[in-house]
Design a protein around this ligand. Structure first.
Ligand SMILES: Nc1nc2c(ncn2[C@@H]2O[C@H](COP(=O)(O)OP(=O)(O)OP(=O)(O)O)[C@@H](O)[C@H]2O)c(=O)[nH]1
Ligand SMILES: [Mg+2]
Length: 376
C-alpha cells in the first residue's frame, strides 16, 4: 500500500540527492563518413538514461584530437569555466580518451570524467537482473577500470555512488589493482559455473526451431517478442530507453500451420559496443550460434537506421554470425507514410509491433525461411 504520510514524502525528498548535473563534450573531427550529429545525440540519450541532467554541452571542431588533453588546453580551460558556471558535477566526454589524456584533462577541469563506455556499463549495471548478467557487467566494469587506470584516482570516489560508480564498483575504487585482479579471476570462475548450469538446462530443451531477435538497442525487439508470443501479463520488459533488455528471454511462439518456434530476445547492440562488454557478454551472445534464423529488427522510423543496421552487422560478423539465415524486419512503420514505406529495402518485412501491423506476414516469412533452411 502507498504511504500517504506527507511527512514521509518530505523526508524522502530531503534525502533524495538531486540529479547529477552533466556537461557534455565532444571533439568533431569532421569525418564525412561518420558525421558527429547522430552519434552525439545517441551519446546524450545514453547520458540521460543514467539519470543525469544535461546542463550544457560543447563541441570542439579539430582536424585531430589533442594528444595531451583531447580538446586542447585552451579549450579545456574554457570547459572548466563553463562547467563551473553551470555547477556541473561531472564531465561526459564523447571521444575515446587515453589514460594520459584523461589525467591531464582532469587536472584542468576538476570534475570526474565519464566516457561513453562508462555510460553504457552504468546502464547495464542498472538493468542487469539475472546473476549471470550482474556478473558479466561487474567483470566488464573492472576490466575497463584496469585497462584505463581508473579507480585508483580520487575523481570517481569524490563523485560517490553516481554515474560511473554504480553497480558492483564503489568501494572498489579504493581497492588496489591486485585486489581487482583477484576479483576478476573470481568473477570469471563464478560466471563459468553459471554458464555450465545454463548449458545443462539448455540441452534439456530442444525440439522446436530456435529463432532469435537481434538489432540495435531500442528498435522494438522486446515489443515484437511480446506481440508474437501474445503473452498475457508475462511480458518482456519494454521501455523507451537504451538497453532495456539485458537478460535473454525465451518464449514459445505459434507461427501457424500447427508449428511453434522458440523465440529469444537479446540485449540490444550499439555502435562501437565496448569490447569489455562484448567479451563479457560473448557467451550469452554466442548462444545465437544455435539459432536457425535471426530476425534482424531495425527501427525504420529512425532516419539513422541504415547506420544502426551496419553497426549490428559488424557486431554479428565479429561474433561469427554473419552467415546465419537472417530476415530483415523493419519495425515502427506506423510512423511512416506510404512513400517512406515504399523506400525501404524490398526484401524487408514491414511491421509495427505496437500497432499490430504486418505480424501475420512476419509469421509467414519465418515459416518460409525455416523451410528453406531445413531443406537447404
Ligand atoms: N511507434 C512505435 N513504437 C514502438 C514500436 N515497437 C516498439 N516501440 C517502442 O519503442 C521503444 C523500445 O521498445 P523495446 O521493445 O523496449 O525495444 P528493444 O529493441 O527491446 O530495446 P532494448 O531492449 O533496449 O535493446 C518502446 O517505447 C516501445 O513502445 C512500433 O512498432 N511503433
Ligand atoms: Mg528489449
Amino acid at each position: 500500500m502507498a504511504n500517504r504520510d506527507p511527512q514521509h514524502y518530505a523526508r524522502l525528498s530531503a534525502v533524495a540527492p538531486r540529479p547529477q548535473r552533466a556537461f557534455l563534450v565532444a571533439v568533431d573531427l569532421g569525418d564525412r563518413s561518420a558525421p558527429l550529429a547522430p552519434e552525439f545525440a545517441e551519446f546524450a540519450a545514453l547520458a540521460r538514461a543514467t539519470g543525469v541532467e544535461i546542463v550544457g554541452e560543447m563541441i570542439q571542431k579539430l582536424p585531430h584530437v589533442d594528444p595531451v588533453t583531447l580538446v586542447g588546453s585552451g579549450k579545456a580551460r574554457e570547459i572548466a569555466e563553463r562547467a563551473k558556471e553551470l555547477e556541473a558535477d561531472v564531465l561526459m566526454v564523447f571521444n575515446d580518451l587515453r589514460p594520459r589524456q584523461r589525467i591531464n584533462l582532469e587536472k584542468i577541469v576538476p570534475l570526474p570524467i565519464v566516457d561513453r563506455t562508462m555510460l553504457i556499463l552504468d546502464i547495464f549495471a542498472q538493468h542487469a537482473r539475472s546473476r549471470e548478467g550482474q556478473l558479466q557487467v561487474e567483470l566488464a566494469q573492472l576490466r575497463y577500470r584496469q585497462s584505463n587506470l581508473i579507480g585508483s584516482g580520487i575523481a570517481l570516489s569524490r563523485l560517490g555512488g553516481g554515474v560511473g560508480t554504480r553497480g558492483p564498483g564503489e568501494t572498489k575504487l579504493e581497492v588496489d589493482r591486485r585486489k581487482i585482479a583477484a576479483r576478476v579471476t573470481l568473477l570469471g570462475r563464478q560466471l563459468e559455473d553459471v554458464r555450465k548450469q545454463r548449458a545443462t538446462r539448455r540441452s534439456g530443451r530442444g525440439g522446436d526451431p530456435y529463432v532469435a531477435l537481434v538489432g540495435y538497442t531500442n528498435v522494438g525487439k522486446s515489443s515484437l517478442l511480446n506481440r508474437l508470443a501474445g503473452t498475457g501479463g508475462n511480458d518482456a520488459f519494454v521501455a523507451d530507453q537504451p538497453f532495456a533488455t539485458l537478460d535473454p528471454t525465451l518464449r514459445r511462439v505459434y507461427i501457424g500451420d500447427g508449428r511453434s518456434i522458440r523465440l529469444a530476445d537479446t540485449v540490444g547492440f550499439i555502435t562501437a559496443l565496448p569490447k569489455e562488454l562484448l567479451n563479457a557478454f560473448r557467451a550469452t551472445l554466442e548462444e545465437l550460434d544455435v539459432a536457425d534464423v535471426l530476425l534482424h529488427v531495425v527501427d525504420a522510423s529512425n532516419p539513422d537506421w541504415p547506420r544502426q543496421r551496419a553497426s549490428v552487422e559488424a557486431i554479428l560478423a565479429e561474433l561469427h554470425l554473419a552467415d546465419k539465415p537472417t530476415l530483415l524486419v523493419c519495425n515502427k512503420i506506423d510512423r511512416l507514410d506510404e512513400t517512406a514505406r515504399a523506400a525501404l529495402p524490398p526484401e524487408a518485412i514491414l511491421v509495427s509491433a505496437t500497432a499490430n501491423d504486418g505480424i501475420d506476414r512476419l509469421r509467414a516469412a519465418i515459416v518460409a525461411r525455416l523451410d528453406t533452411v531445413r531443406s537447404g
